[in-house]
Ligand binder design. Structure first.
Ligand code: AMP
Length: 507
C-alpha cells in the first residue's frame, strides 16, 4: 500500500517570534495557528518550577518572574551556553530553541497530524556554526530537518510563488532582480537576488546577526529608565521584573508609533510612577544610528553584487520591523524606488520554507526539480596559518564570501619533519586577517598519520560548502581519506543531542 506523502512544513524560527506554514492540498502555503489561536508564537521559554512554558504565557512571566524566562536565544546560538542561569542551571541556546520548536510541532500536529520532516529558516548572514546549531535544535525538537534555507531566499520564493510565475515578475530579459531587506526582531539581512519562475539565485548577501527590532526597543527602555532616574532617583532596570514590564511597554509603544505620531509609556517602581509622551520624531532620532547601519549595509550589498539601483526591479520588505515608517522612508530615499509590500512581512519566510519543503519532498519521491535555488556563502572560509615573515597567526582565506554554492576548495599542508605523527587544521569564518576576530568553526586533526612519512609529505585538506551553507572537511594523504570530522568547541556531541531530543520531545 502507498504511504501517504508527508506534509510539507516550513518553520520560521525567529529571534522574537516564530511561525509555521504548511502546503494545503492545492500546494498553497498556509500559516498554521498555534494552540492559542495566533499565527505568531513568541520565541520565549519560561521555566515554571517543573513545567516548561513556551510562547504567549512565557511572555507574561517576564513581568513577574523575569529571572526564569529565556528570550532571544537565537542571538546566543553558536555559544556554548545561553547567557542566563534558568532554574539553577545554564542551557545550551540550541536546547532553548528546541523547546520553542517543540511547541510549534505539538501545536501544528493538532491540526495536520503527526509529521517530522521540516525545513527551518536561518538568517542569510548566519555563520556555519549557527547553521549547525539551528539544525541541531530541530533534531532535539524531534524533527527530521530536511534542509535549512536562508530567510530572504524563502521570502523571495514566497514572493515568486504569489506573483504567479515568470510573466508577472520577470523583466524583459526573463529575470527579475530583487533586493530583500529583512529586519526582524533580532537579526538584519540584506540580499540581492535574481529570480525567475524556476530559478532563485543569490548574488550577494550581508547583514548583522545582532541587529533587530529588539535594539530599537532597548533604546526606548534606556530612554525611559534614564528619565525615571532623573525624576525619581532610582533605576527601574535594577529589578528584573520591572525591567521586563518596561520592555513590554516599550515594544508596545514602538508598534503604536508605527501607526501614530505619538504614544505614551508608563513606568512605575518603588511606589513612584512616570508617564512619558514619546513622539515618532523623538523615537526616530534616538534610533537613527541603528537605521543608518542598515542603510550602509544595504548599499554595500548592492555594490558587492556589482549592480546599481537602476538594475534592481523590486525592493522587497520582510520582517516585522519593516513596519516602522522610518525604514520605508530611508529605503525609498536610497533606492529611489517604490517598495514592495506584497508579501506578509511576518509570514513570507515560513511560506517560502513550506514551498521549499514541498519541492524537496517531490524530489525525494523521484520528481525532477522544478526550481533551482542558488546561494552564496555569507562569510569567507579560511584556515589559521602562520605568517612566515611575522610568525603571527593569520586567517588564510580559501573561499571568499559571496561565492556561489556549492563550492569546494582544497589546500595542501606539508609535514614539517620525518615520521610526523599528527597534523591540526583550524577552520575559521570571517573577513579579518586575525583569526581571533573570526568565528571559530572548529578543528580537523589527524593524530595518527601513516607511519614513516618523509618530511614535506603533502597532506590534502578539502573543504566543501553545501548549498545550505553547511561545511564538510576531509583530510587525506596519498589519496587515502584520514578524517572527515570537524571537532567543534561549542557544539553538542551526537550522544548529547540524542539525550536532549529524548528529554525535550520524547522522541
Ligand atoms: P519578526 O522576527 O519578523 O517576526 O519581527 C519581529 C519584530 O518586529 C519585533 O521586534 C517586533 O517588535 C517588530 N514589529 C512587529 N510589528 C511592528 C510594528 N507595527 N512596528 C514596529 N515594529 C514591529
Amino acid at each position: 500500500m502507498n504511504q501517504p506523502r508527508p506534509r510539507a512544513v516550513g518553520i520560521d524560527l525567529g529571534t522574537t517570534f516564530s511561525a509555521v506554514a504548511c502546503l494545503d492540498d492545492l500546494g498553497r502555503p498556509q500559516t498554521l495557528n498555534n494552540g492559542e489561536g495566533d499565527k505568531l508564537t513568541p520565541s520565549v521559554v519560561f521555566f515554571e518550577e517543573s513545567e516548561i512554558v513556551v510562547g504567549k504565557e512565557a511572555v507574561k512571566a517576564i513581568s513577574t518572574a523575569a529571572a526564569q524566562v529565556a528570550e532571544c536565544a537565537k542571538r546566543d546560538l553558536g555559544n556554548r551556553m545561553y547567557e542566563k542561569v534558568l532554574g539553577g542551571r545554564q542551557y545550551p541556546p540550541e536546547a532553548l530553541e528546541a523547546w520553542v520548536l517543540n511547541k510549534l510541532r505539538i501545536d501544528a500536529e493538532h491540526q495536520i497530524g503527526a509529521f517530522d520532516k521540516v525545513v527551518i529558516t536561518v538568517p542569510a548572514y548566519f555563520d556555519e556554526v549557527r547553521r549547525k546549531a539551528t539544525q541541531d535544535a530541530g533534531y532535539m525538537a524531534g524533527f527530521d530537518v530536511m534542509d535549512i534555507i536562508n530567510e530572504p531566499t524563502a521570502a523571495a520564493i514566497a514572493f515568486g510563488f504569489q506573483q504567479g510565475g515568470e510573466h508577472a515578475i520577470a523583466a524583459a530579459d526573463g529575470m527579475c532582480r530583487i533586493l530583500v531587506y529583512d529586519l526582524g526582531g533580532g537579526t538584519f539581512d540584506v540580499t540581492v537576488m535574481e529570480i525567475s519562475r524556476d530559478q532563485f539565485v543569490t548574488l550577494a548577501t550581508d547583514g548583522d546577526v545582532r541587529l533587530g527590532g529588539r535594539d530599537w526597543d532597548q533604546r526606548l527602555v534606556d530612554y525611559v529608565a534614564e528619565e525615571f532616574i532623573r525624576r525619581c532617583g532610582v533605576d527601574p532596570r535594577e529589578d528584573p521584573n520591572t525591567e521586563g514590564r518596561l520592555w513590554r511597554e516599550c515594544e508596545d509603544t514602538k508598534r503604536t508609533l508605527s501607526a501614530r505620531s505619538k504614544a505614551n509609556v508608563a513606568c512605575d517602581y518603588k511606589g513612584q510612577a512616570v508617564r512619558l509622551e514619546i513622539t515618532r520624531q523623538m523615537f526616530e532620532e534616538m534610533t537613527r544610528d541603528l537605521l543608518d547601519r542598515t542603510a550602509f549595509t544595504t548599499r554595500q550589498t548592492l555594490q558587492a553584487a556589482g549592480l546599481q539601483w537602476s538594475d534592481i526591479d523590486r525592493v522587497l520588505l520582510v520582517g516585522g520591523s519593516t513596519r516602522m515608517p522610518a525604514v520605508c522612508e530611508m529605503l525609498q530615499s536610497i533606492t529611489g524606488k517604490e517598495l514592495d509590500r506584497s508579501v506578509s512581512p511576518d509570514e513570507a519566510v515560513a511560506h517560502g520554507a513550506a514551498i521549499h519543503a514541498g519541492l524537496l519532498l517531490e524530489r525525494h519521491h523521484g520528481q525532477a526539480p522544478r526550481v533551482t535555488i542558488k546561494n552564496v556563502n555569507s562569510h569567507s572560509l579560511g584556515v589559521v596559518a602562520r605568517d612566515s615573515a611575522t610568525q603571527r597567526q593569520r586567517n588564510a582565506i580559501l573561499i571568499p564570501r559571496n561565492t556561489s554554492l556549492p563550492v569546494a576548495a582544497k589546500r595542501i599542508f606539508k609535514t614539517h619533519k620525518a615520521s610526523q605523527k599528527s597534523i591540526l587544521v583550524q577552520i575559521v569564518e570571517g573577513e579579518s586577517a586575525s583569526p581571533d576576530d573570526c568565528s571559530q568553526i572548529g578543528k580537523c586533526s589527524v593524530r595518527e598519520l601513516p607511519p614513516g612519512l618523509p618530511a614535506d609529505t603533502p597532506i590534502e585538506v578539502g573543504f566543501r560548502y553545501a548549498e545550505n551553507g553547511r561545511l564538510t572537511v576531509t583530510v587525506s594523504c596519498a589519496g587515502k581519506e584520514l578524517c572527515h570530522e570537524i571537532q567543534r568547541d561549542n557544539s553538542l556531541t551526537q550522544e548529547q543531542l540524542a539525550s536532549w531530543r529524548q528529554y525535550i520531545s520524547g522522541r
